[in-house]
Ligand binder design. Structure first.
Ligand code: PGA
Length: 247
């Protein structure tokens, strides 16, 4: 579609609550892959404890936080602000992941406030949306995702969106290519300036299914959980991304 050629592919790995200092060997291996695929963006979201160390050895690999507070500083024990993530070397922050929506009662208005905070700190928010299995079965997936977008997106540009059907995360199930294409087309039509927004798919992306998913025109990359914990599988997903334009 028009505008497609202006969007770079982005392959993002979300380590969730995994990773100790020894896991940083991974960064060196992924850095080598990134050096050979300068046509696309590679992003790694390690736990907050590793962000600064990871950023120091990341080379062209970009680093993300997995959440931030709505405020930049203050009396919020245990929280991390967007300014702090930026200061530690992050360029992006994942916001509104379904695990945070479920485990920490994060609702879309909070996600929007966090996204604004991230943008003002100079971070790119990766805003996650996605329906539950019951919502998909009930035929309300677009309604739910449309509402999440309306309530979560800030009224400023500069964000990335990740569509992650909740039932596909960590389950080994993925949405069908037709369903992914339909939902991505829907999301793009709902987002202001949609043809320029990087739109990722997430939910059990693996080396075996990456090429089919990443070849869908409206899919600009992947947000990868489990398969991003091993350098070999994350590298295979990166290699499966089509070259959209020469770097
Ligand atoms: P998964 O996780 O690849 O393990 O399904 C994706 C995510 O939660 O971002």
């Amino acid at each position: 579609m028009e505008g497609r050629m202006t969007r770079r592919m982005l392959i993002a790995g979300n380590w969730k609550m995994n990773g100790l200092r020894q896991s940083l060997v991974f960064m060196e291996e992924i850095r080598d892959v990134a050096n050979s695929r300068a046509d696309l963006d590679i992003l790694v979201a390690p736990p907050a404890t590793l962000i600064e160390r990871a950023a120091r050895i990341a080379g062209p690999v970009k680093i993300a936080g997995q959440d931030c507070h709505t405020e930049q500083s203050g009396a919020h024990t245990g929280d991390i602000s967007a300014d702090m993530l930026k200061d530690a070397g992050a360029s992006h922050v994942i916001l509104g992941h379904s695990e945070r929506r479920a485990d920490h009662n994060e609702h879309s208005a909070m996600v929007r406030a966090k996204a604004l905070s991230a943008l003002s700190a100079g971070l790119i928010p990766v805003i996650c949306v996605g329906e539950s299995e019951a919502e998909r079965r009930a035929g309300t997936a677009e309604l739910v995702v449309g509402q999440q977008l309306a309530d979560s997106l800030p009224d400023r540009s500069g964000y990335v969106i990740a569509y992650e059907p909740v039932w596909a995360i960590g389950t080994g199930l993925t949405a069908s290519l037709d369903d992914i294409a339909a939902m991505h087309g829907f999301i793009r039509s709902k987002v202001p300036g949609g043809s320029d927004v990087q739109l990722l798919y997430g939910g059990s992306v693996k080396p075996e299914n990456a090429s089919g998913i990443l070849s869908i025109g409206d899919v600009d990359g992947a947000l990868v959980g489990g398969a991003s914990l091993e350098a070999a599988s994350f590298a295979a997903i990166i290699e499966a991304a089509p070259i959209r334009f020469a770097s």
